[in-house]
Design a protein around this ligand. Structure first.
Ligand code: GP9
Ligand code: MN
Length: 438
């Protein structure tokens, strides 16, 4: 009911992190181009894979050049926070600053029903942005074709808008290069400023989908074929991103846009990580659940052409923190929105990550699989001091409160009662994504 909103509002008030004044509005009025880097983990950044002759091959050279540039706000302690909803949970987190559900996918279960105050909607209603999602897979995957209406996407270019055939696609849709190439014809016609997201997919499990010319990158040499393939599809994705940047520069869009890149979730699951250990300079015998937790880091980069205020930021945060970060760079005040994350560039934020199952990471501690680890040593804290016990109890409560607040909002569809944002409620029936030829 509407009164349930009171607790939510006070949570939001208590956790608001005011923007850094020197960065607020830095990218005001620019186009936003989200590049969804499928299954890309942070360990790929600056990683060099050795081939059988010991020659090193940089996996993502183009993305690295952005990551290491002062024109990019990069983060090296940014974690995914998804559960069973995988890609769709990442989309929920990134664009609503709310979590997915504890079970299943929010997109599938509630995406076509609930009221949201998502990024496309906020930017559309308050800043005059046009919004579009691009994805070379069928539109009903993860119920996107319904959910996007509720998020306020003006356009959704799904597989029906692309030339998809057996040579240029796989199980999850069009390969990244043809996907981005064929997207240009639609992007060119969008009214500026636009908010757009491109859901790339080539770097998807089982990472064996490349054909012909695209298979040139060396395979890793472990006993796990999934791991061996992973670097090659990631390298292909990197080249696709580079080609897309070339287009943005040639078209003139580059200078008045910002490009946001993020990894949605892990690509190598915890059950495979022992096989990965050696490639990361660790011994598989000593690999622990602490190490698994550290591997939940994913890239998050906001590339702002023309600025030199970027660099690598070490705050601990996650996907839930992305939306207020972005909105503040765009000069949008977030105080009256129900968002559960905190601006990653704010000096007032708490360096803290909540995982969807209640585990958490701070600069000092990793609490994973219900066990407490010391980040300095990577070791299990078997006998916590009294002070640590109290500290962990408080941190657990902090994580659980963020999750339960999110669940209350989503399960109670509470945003339908929320008027303080000044946003008028979306009417999903006003949206249609059908291609003319359908
Ligand atoms: C499919 C793609 C994959 O459309 O987004 O989703 P995932 O399997 O990663 O959740
Ligand atoms: Mn995914």
């Amino acid at each position: 009911s509407a009164t349930d909103l009171d607790a939510v509002k006070s949570y939001v008030r208590d956790h608001y992190a005011a923007p850094d004044e020197s960065l607020f509005g830095l990218a005001k009025g620019r186009n936003v181009i989200y590049l969804h880097l499928e299954s890309t983990q942070q360990f790929l950044i600056n990683y060099k894979l050795k081939d059988e002759n010991g020659v090193e091959h940089e996996v993502t050279p183009f993305i690295n050049s952005l990551y290491n540039s002062n024109s990019t706000f990069s983060f090296d302690n940014f974690f995914h926070q998804v559960k069973a909803g995988k890609t769709s949970d990442a989309e929920t987190l990134m664009e609503n600053s709310l979590f997915g559900l504890d079970q299943g996918s929010l997109f599938t279960q509630l995406g076509g029903k609930n009221t949201f105050q998502a990024a496309p909607n906020i930017l559309g209603q308050t800043q005059g942005y046009t919004s579009a999602a691009f994805h070379g897979n069928v539109g009903n995957f993860w119920n996107r074709n319904e959910t996007y209406k509720h998020l306020g996407y003006d356009y959704f270019f799904d597989a029906s808008y692309y030339d998809v055939n057996s040579d240029n696609s796989f199980q999850y849709g069009l390969n990244d290069k043809p996907f981005l190439q064929q997207s240009v014809q639609y992007l060119e016609h969008l009214q500026q400023p636009f908010y757009s997201k491109f859901i790339m997919v080539s770097n998807h499990f089982p990472y064996s989908q490349l054909k012909g010319d695209e298979t040139g990158f060396p395979m890793a040499n472990t006993s796990d074929q999934t791991i061996n393939n992973y670097f090659s599809t990631a390298n292909y994705m990197d080249t696709a991103v580079k080609e897309f940047f070339d287009y943005l520069k040639a078209s003139g869009l580059y200078d008045n846009s910002i490009i946001v890149m993020y990894g949605d979730h892990y690509g190598i699951s915890n059950s495979r990580n022992k096989q990965l250990a050696e490639l990361l300079g660790k011994s598989s015998d000593e690999w622990s659940n602490y190490d698994n937790a550290q591997l939940q880091r994913v890239p998050y980069m906001i590339h702002v052409p023309g600025t030199d205020k970027g660099g690598i930021n070490h705050t601990y945060g996650g996907e839930v923190d992305a939306l207020p970060t972005l909105l503040h760079l765009l000069g949008v005040d977030t105080q009256n929105y129900i968002q559960l994350g905190q601006d990653l560039l704010s000096k007032k934020r708490d360096s803290f990550v909540t995982f969807r199952d209640g585990d958490f990471v701070t600069p000092e501690y990793t609490y994973y699989g219900n066990k407490l680890y010391d980040n300095k040593t990577g070791l299990l804290i078997e006998e916590p001091t009294e002070a640590q016990v109290a500290q962990v109890k408080a941190l657990k409560e902090k994580a659980n409160l963020q999750l339960s607040t999110s669940d209350q909002i989503n399960n109670g569809d509470l945003l339908r009662f929320y008027t303080d944002s000044g946003l008028k409620t979306i009417d999903p029936t006003e949206y249609s994504y059908l291609h003319q030829n359908d």
